[in-house]
Structure formats: C-alpha cells, structure tokens
Ligand binder design. Structure first.
Ligand code: T3D
Length: 260
C-alpha cells in the first residue's frame, strides 16, 4: 500500500497505473514524490500479479521535470541528490521485469522527458510534447536524458534538442520513433489501458527475456547478442508456455500463458 500525497497507484488485475499527482505544479518532481517513486516502483516489482505498468500524470501535464521551487533539500551536490532520489527508481524501471508504458499527457519536460523515454513503450496525447527544458534554465540534460536522446534520435538531433531547449510534438515523437502511438487526448488513458491489458496477456517469460536483452544489447557486439539470444531462447523453448503455445498453434487454438 503506497501512502504518498503526490502519487496514486491503482492496480487492476495485471495492470498497475502509477500517476504523478501534483497537478497545480504540472506534476513537477518534488522530494516527497521522488522518494515515493522509489517505494512505488519497488512495491510494483514485488507484486507478481502485475505485468504491465502505466506511468502517467494527473491533470494537464505528464510532468514539468524537477520542482524548481525546491532546490536540493538535504544535499550539498546534485551528485548526491541524483544518486539518492532519482537514479534508484529510474534504474528500477530500466531493470524491471514488468513492461512500463509512459502515457504522456501535455508537457513532459526536463527530468520527466528522461523518465518517459526510459519507459519501454510510449503513448502520447495529440497535444502532448517532449521538452528538453534544461538549457532554457542553464542546465544540461540529466537523469539519463543525454544517453536516451542519443540512442533514440541520433547525435545531431539530440544535441540540437539539448542545447536549444527543443520541443517535439507528439506527432514528431511518433515519426522519430520516440512514441509508439498518438491518440486524441480524451482517449489517452483508455487506449493505454487497453494496450496494457492486451500486453499483460502475452508470454511473460518471453517478454522478460526480450526486455532484459534489449536493455543491454547496445553495449554488446552483434556476435555477443546472437549468442545471448540463443542462451535465452534455449530456456524459453523448453518452457511450458512455449511448448503449449506451439501445440495450440498446431491445433488452431489461442494460447494461454502462465509464466512457466
Ligand atoms: O534542481 C534540480 O533538481 C536539478 C535537476 C534538474 C532536472 C530538470 O528537470 S531541469 C528542468 C526543470 N523543468 C523546467 O524547467 C520546466 C519549467 N516549466 C515550463 O517550462 C512550463 O511550465 C511548461 C512548458 C512545462 C508548461 O507551460 P505552461 O504555460 O503550460 O504552464 P505554466 O503556467 O508555466 O505552469 C503552471 C504552473 O506550474 C505554474 O505555477 P503557477 O504560476 O500557476 O502558480 C508554474 O510555476 C508551475 N510549474 C511549472 N513547471 C514547474 C513549476 N513549478 C515548479 N517546478 C517546475 N518545473
């Protein structure tokens, strides 16, 4: 049970929805929210019934990034603050066995852009945008935004976005491959929920193996990836789910996956 005034966590079967909840400040990350996110992501990870997580923001924005009215309460340096209040839960999403879908409504600025890009999938409302707000206030991308932008949109575009406080509309995000889907604002949460429930019916072991390898494949050679795929596939091939799904295919039936 999560008890944090700046976060809502709802679980509906295999789908959890984690909402940032400080709409008056466009869900800017304050300290209590950041510490709550660490707790929320741990709670979700420990819940075996949850397969897919929708990460979104209450009100008219996903999040405006760090709460600029707060500074760094309790820390001398951002190195310490980042290590204690951002990195653990951001890496929690990166390493999670669950699928995270960012459902981006309205502004998604600064640190929040890193959080959304770090999710496994992204659905955006037509009027949403990703905003590299950092340079507008004399900062550089953080919380992994440098790495994420480079990986996703290439050096020239990433550099321009970073140094020129660039904004990408939802449709531009779709074209660039940052977003998977764009929908009407009023359909965002229903479309995210429908997608999440559909994914939660997929093969859990295959989904987990795919995420774990895709999250590290950029640091591996082509040859190493082929070998690692073969190791993971060897164990998937012998799983009850894969054996039953092949049988179901041959019998023209729909498979049911149990994660075994
Ligand atoms: O310090 C550290 O922790 C270092 C770490 C940095 C990581 C970062 O994330 S740096 C980037 C921080 N974020 C920003 O610089 C974005 C600031 N916000 C904006 O540029 C705009 O708000 C938006 C473009 C996102 C949306 O614009 P708009 O016109 O739709 O809304 P608004 O009127 O600017 O904002 C509405 C309210 O939210 C307003 O409060 P008010 O006047 O109604 O009382 C505004 O002050 C507040 N708000 C918006 N963003 C933040 C914020 N309050 C605190 N922190 C914010 N980031």
């Amino acid at each position: 049970m999560l008890n944090n005034q700046f976060l809502n966590l709802d679980v509906d079967g295999a789908v959890a929805t984690l909402s940032l909840n400080a709409p008056q400040k466009l869900n800017a990350f304050n300290q209590e929210m950041r510490l709550g996110l660490l707790e929320a992501i741990q709670l979700i990870e420990e819940d075996d019934a949850v397969r897919v997580v929708i990460f979104t923001g209450a009100g008219r924005a996903f999040s405006a990034g760090a709460d600029l009215s707060e500074g760094m309460p309790g820390y001398d340096t951002f190195v310490d603050q980042c290590a204690a209040e951002y990195k653990p839960w951001v890496m929690g999403i990166h390493n999670s066995s669950k699928i995270y879908i960012a459902a981006v409504n309205g502004a998604c600025a600064g640190a929040a852009s890193a959080v959304a890009m770090n999710c496994d999938l992204m659905i955006m409302a037509e009027d949403a945008f990703i905003y590299q707000a950092f340079s507008a206030i004399g900062l550089m991308p953080d919380i992994g935004a440098t790495w994420l932008l480079l990986q996703k949109i290439g050096y020239q575009r990433a550099f321009e976005m970073a140094i020129d406080a660039g904004r990408l509309s939802a449709n531009e995000c779709l074209e660039l491959g940052l977003a998977n889907k764009v929908v009407a604002p009023e359909e965002l949460m229903s479309a995210a929920s429908e997608w999440a429930h559909k994914l939660s019916q997929g093969a859990p072991l295959a989904q987990q193996a795919t995420k774990s390898l895709m999250r590290k494949a950029f640091n591996m050679s082509y040859s190493q990836v082929i070998d690692e795929e073969a190791v993971l596939q060897s164990s998937l091939i012998k799983s009850e789910d894969a054996v039953n799904a092949s049988e179901a295919f041959l019998n023209k039936q729909k498979p049911t996956f149990k994660g075994r």
